[in-house]
Design a protein around this ligand. Structure first.
Ligand code: GCV
Length: 671
C-alpha cells in the first residue's frame, strides 16, 4: 500500500498541501505568472484564493512578471474587452476554464463564476485533470446552494455533533474571524452561495438578532462571507412584532403588522444591504405562525415578502408543518400527509420572492423515507429541497454514514409527473436548489468525525451538479483529502459501503422513528409509539406498519398516478420502503424468498458484522495514514460498533418477543 505524500492537516479539509507531483513544468510556468487586472471584492478574492491555493497546495508562488506563459483570471466580459478574447458567455455563476500550451484562462460569467473557476482549477490540478487542451465550461445547475445553521446564540447547536457554534457564545456574536474566513473558503470552494446563521427555532436571545442590538455584528459577519460570494440569511420569529415591538398580535393581514415588518426590514437592510432574506419556520413544533390568526401560510409568507421585495430579499418558508400534538390513539391522522395537505392547495398563491423549503421526505430526515410528493407536483410556487448534512438520525457523526449515497438515491427518484421528471432533472427547473442543515462546529476538524467532511463536500458538489454520482464525489473528496494513494481508494470504498451498513442495523425497511426520543441516537422501538409526535409503526404480534394506501391513510395518492400505483402494491413497492407504505404480517414473503421477520433479523446481524469488517479494513490502514486521523476514526468506529450491537440486539429482541418466532438461522437473540 502506498503511503501518503504529505502530512494531512484535518483542519484544511479538502485543501491540503498536495505537493507538485502531477504538475508539469509547463503548467507550473503558466501558474507562476498570474494576470488579474480587474477590480472588485470577489474578483480580487478569486485572485487571492488562486495565489494562496497554488502556494499552499502546490508550493508554486505566483508572481506577476510578464513572460510568454501566464494564467488569466477575470470575468468573460472583461477578458473579452480588455484582451480581445472571444470567450462565449455562460450561465450566471458559470465559468470557462481553458488551457493552451502557454496560457490558462479562468473566466467567470460574473465575479462569482471566476471564483468558482479558480477553485475548480485548483482541485482539477490535484486530481490530475488539467493538461494543455483542457477546455471546461461549467455552471451550477441550481441558483440556491444554501447551508442552514441551527446555531443558538448561547453557543449550542441544535442537532450539532461537532462542538459549539462557530458564531455565538453567551448570547453574543463571538467568533474567530480567521476561522470564519476559512469556513467561507470551504463553502465557496464547493459552490455554496447563501448561509443562514441562526437556528430555524428562533428562541431566546436569537429573536433580537434582527435588532440594532445585534445588527452591527451581523453586518461584520456578512462582510467576511461577502467576498466569497456568500450572502447571509436570518431566521426570524413570526411573532417578532409582539416580541420585539409592542403589537398585541402578529396577524399577517393586520396593516400595523405589515408596517412593523417593513420598518424592521428596512433597518436590517441598512446594516446588511445584500442580505439574501429571511428563513421562517412557522406553525411548526411550537414556533408561532399565521395559523394562530386563522391565516394561511401564503398570507403569512407574502406579508414578509412585501417587506423584503424593495431590497431584493426573499422569504425561505419552510414546509415542515404538521401536528406535533397528535393523539397516538387517533389513526385518522397521518403526519406523512401534512406538508402536501398544507401546501399543495396554496400552489400559485405565493409571491414571486417566496421560496418554499421542503424537506426531502414527508417525515423528518429519516434513514429511509420516500421523496416528498410535493416535488414535481408544485408547479406555480418556487421551491427548494432541504437535506440534513448534520447526522441527526444518521449516527451523530459517531457512526460513519456517507450521505451522498442517500442523496444520489433522492436525485434518482422519478416523480413521474411529465417528461424528465426525476428529481435531478427537476433541479434547476422547478426545484431551484438545496438547503442543507450544516454539520460543522468549533471542533478542530470542523465535523467531529474526520470522514464526515465528505458529507459537507458532497452536499456542495451535488447542489452544483445533481448528476454527480456518490462514487465520483467520494473519489474527488478522498483524493483531495488523502492524496492519490491506495489509502484514498480504501477510504472511498469505506465511505461508499457506510450508508447501506448503517441502514441495515437501523429501523427496518422504511419504518422510521425507532430511535431514542429527543436525542435520536440509538434504538428505542417504541420510543415514539405512544407520544404526540405522529410517527407510529403500530407493531403487534402479527403485523407492523401503517397502511398508507387508499384502504388506509391514502398517503400514496399524493403521488402521480403511476408512482402511486407502484407504492400502493407491496409487490412493486421498493422493499427498502415497504414498511413506510404498508402494514404487513411478519410472514410476508420478501423478494429473496425469506419472510419480512427473517429479513429484519438478517439485516441486523449483517449490519453489525459489516461494521466489524469495516473496522478491520480501517485497521489495515495503520501506518499509512496520519496517526491522529487514524486513531480518531478508529475510536469512533469502536463506538459505532457498540451502537450497531445495541441496534441489532434491541430490534431483534423486540421482534422476537412480539412474534415468538426465532431466527431461522439459529443465531442467538436475547430472550
Ligand atoms: C430545528 C426536527 C429536529 C429539530 C428541528 C426540526 C426542524 O424535528 O429534531 O431539532 O428543529 O426538525 O427541522 O425544524
Amino acid at each position: 500500500m502506498g503511503s501518503h505524500a504529505y502530512k494531512i492537516c484535518e483542519y484544511d479539509c479538502w485543501f491540503q498541501a498536495w505537493g507538485t507531483p502531477d504538475i508539469s513544468p509547463s503548467l507550473a510556468g503558466m501558474l507562476s505568472n498570474l494576470r488579474i487586472e480587474e477590480k472588485g471584492e470577489i474578483i480580487e478574492r478569486a485572485a487571492a484564493e488562486l495565489r494562496r491555493g497554488l502556494a499552499r497546495g502546490f508550493g508554486i508562488s505566483a508572481g506577476s512578471k510578464a513572460r510568454d506563459q501566464e494564467t488569466l483570471v477575470g470575468t468573460i466580459e472583461h477578458l473579452n474587452t480588455a484582451l480581445g478574447l472571444s470567450l462565449p458567455s455562460q450561465k450566471p455563476e458559470g465559468f470557462v476554464l481553458q488551457v493552451t500550451d502557454t496560457r490558462i484562462i479562468v473566466a467567470g460569467q460574473d465575479p462569482r463564476g471566476a471564483l468558482y473557476g479558480v477553485y475548480r482549477l485548483l482541485f482539477l490540478l490535484r486530481l490530475g485533470k488539467i493538461t494543455a487542451g483542457t477546455h471546461i465550461a461549467e455552471a451550477p445547475a441550481t441558483s440556491y446552494r444554501i447551508i442552514n445553521h441551527w446555531d443558538n446564540l448561547d453557543g449550542t447547536v441544535e442537532r450539532g455533533y461537532a462542538g459549539k457554534s462557530l458564531f455565538y457564545q453567551d448570547n453574543r456574536i463571538k467568533y474567530d474571524p480567521r476561522r470564519i474566513e476559512d469556513y467561507a473558503r470551504l463553502l465557496a470552494s464547493i459552490g455554496i452561495n447563501r448561509i443562514s446563521i441562526n437556528n430555524a427555532n428562533v428562541r431566546g436571545a436569537a429573536k433580537g438578532l434582527i435588532t440594532e442590538a445585534y445588527l452591527p455584528e451581523v453586518a461584520k459577519l456578512a462582510s467576511i462571507f461577502r467576498p466569497f460570494g456568500i450572502r447571509l440569511i436570518l431566521s426570524i420569529n413570526f411573532a417578532s412584532p409582539c416580541v420585539l415591538g409592542d403589537l398585541a398580535a402578529a396577524d399577517p393581514l393586520d396593516p400595523a403588522v405589515a408596517s412593523w415588518w417593513k420598518e424592521q426590514t428596512d433597518l436590517i437592510y441598512r446594516a446588511i444591504p445584500d442580505l439574501a432574506g429571511f428563513m421562517v419556520k412557522a406553525d411548526s413544533e411550537f414556533e408561532p405562525g399565521p395559523f394562530q390568526y386563522g391565516r394561511t401560510h401564503a398570507e403569512g409568507a407574502n406579508m414578509l415578502a412585501a417587506a423584503l421585495r424593495p431590497h431584493n430579499g426573499e422569504v425561505f418558508w419552510r414546509c415542515f408543518v404538521y401536528n406535533c400534538a397528535q393523539d397516538w390513539r387517533d389513526h385518522s391522522v397521518d403526519r406523512a400527509k401534512a406538508a402536501y395537505d398544507h401546501f399543495m392547495p396554496l400552489d400559485g398563491g405565493f409571491d414571486e420572492n417566496v421560496i418554499l423549503q421542503i424537506k426531502f421526505g414527508p417525515y423528518d430526515f429519516q434513514v429511509r423515507e420516500p421523496v416528498s410528493p410535493l416535488f414535481g407536483a408544485l408547479l406555480k410556487t418556487r421551491h427548494i429541497m432541504e437535506l440534513q448534512i448534520t447526522q441527526e438520525y444518521t449516527g451523530h457523526q459517531i457512526d460513519l454514514c456517507y450521505l451522498p449515497w442517500l442523496w444520489e438515491d433522492i436525485m434518482s427518484f422519478d416523480t413521474a409527473r411529465g417528461p424528465a421528471s426525476r428529481v435531478r432533472e427537476l433541479m434547476g427547473r422547478s426545484i431551484e436548489g438545496l438547503a442543507g442543515v450544516g454539520n460543522v462546529g468549533l471542533d478542530q476538524n470542523w465535523t467531529g468525525h474526520p470522514l464526515a467532511q465528505a458529507n459537507l463536500y458532497g452536499y456542495g458538489r451535488l447542489a452544483w451538479d445533481p448528476g454527480l454520482s456518490s462514487e465520483v464525489i467520494a473519489h474527488e473528496w478522498s483524493v483531495l483529502t488523502f492524496g492519490d494513494t491506495e489509502v484514498a481508494e480504501t477510504i472511498k470504498k469505506i465511505l461508499l459501503a457506510s450508508y447501506p451498513i448503517y441502514e441495515k442495523y437501523n429501523a427496518p425497511f422504511g419504518i422510521c422513528f425507532m430511535v431514542n426520543p429527543g436525542i435520536h441516537y440509538g434504538p428505542s422501538p417504541e420510543g415514539y409509539e405512544f407520544s404526540k409526535w405522529g410517527t407510529y409503526h403500530r407493531a403487534d404480534r402479527r403485523s407492523i406498519g401503517i397502511d398508507r394506501t387508499p384502504a388506509g391513510t391514502g398517503y400514496t395518492e399524493q403521488y402521480a398516478p403511476q408512482k402511486a400505483a407502484v407504492f400502493r402494491d407491496p409487490a412493486c413497492c421498493p422493499e427498502n420502503l415497504i414498511l413506510f407504505f404498508h402494514r404487513l404480517p411478519y410472514d410476508y414473503r420478501m423478494k429473496n424468498g425469506e419472510t419480512l421477520l427473517q429479513n429484519i433479523y438478517n439485516t441486523h446481524f449483517e449490519g453489525y458484522d459489516e461494521v466489524k469488517a469495516m473496522i478491520d479494513t480501517w485497521m489495515g490502514l495503520k501506518g499509512n495514514l496520519d496517526e491522529g486521523i487514524y486513531a480518531s476514526v478508529l475510536s469512533r468506529m469502536e463506538r459505532q460498533l457498540e451502537n450497531a450491537g445495541e441496534w441489532r440486539d434491541v430490534i431483534n429482541t423486540y421482534f422476537r418477543r412480539k412474534t415468538g418466532i426465532p431466527d431461522a438461522k439459529g443465531r442467538v437473540i436475547s430472550g
